[in-house]
Design a protein around this ligand. Structure first.
Ligand SMILES: [Zn+2]
Ligand SMILES: [Zn+2]
Length: 138
């Protein structure tokens, strides 16, 4: 895939980022850690090989939490509003970008769901569920 620019930020607007790179994959993850850290049924993450990654604003607001018994799992979030933000490897080998943090629709679409065995029974993702564009209609 061609290199694409991903720009986004947090809910309060303090943190803005711009990352360019190739999307390796785009997944919904239903694991318990993603459920806990997102507060929802799954996390939707773009996995990139970044070419460039810039914190346009708010880098001082970034906080990181590494799950103590996890090999790698960590979260990056805004100190003021708690919004999940991209996790960028120090060696730029990989970036995990929460799709919901983007200000635009990425070209890529999700290719699958992972940790389906950990999926909560109430989580979305069953194809027979009704779909509404915004609020549910009666
Ligand atoms: Zn914020
Ligand atoms: Zn996960």
């Amino acid at each position: 895939m061609a290199s694409e620019t991903f720009s986004g930020g947090c809910l309060c607007g303090a943190v803005h980022f711009e990352i360019t790179g190739d999307v390796r994959t785009f997944l919904h993850c239903h694991c318990l850690r993603c459920r806990k850290s997102s507060g929802t049924g799954h996390a939707s993450n773009l996995i990139l090989k970044p070419d460039t990654a810039t914190w346009v604003s708010g880098e001082d607001k970034l906080r990181t939490f590494k799950v103590p018994d996890a090999e790698r799992f960590r979260t990056v979030f805004c100190a003021d509003c708690g919004s999940p933000l991209p996790r960028i490897a120090a060696d730029m080998s990989m970036a995990v970008v929460p799709a919901g943090s983007l200000d635009h629709e990425p070209e890529a679409i999700p290719v699958g769901r992972i940790f389906d065995d950990s999926k909560a029974s109430w989580s979305c993702g069953n194809s027979e569920l009704p779909v509404w564009p915004e609020y549910p209609q009666q």
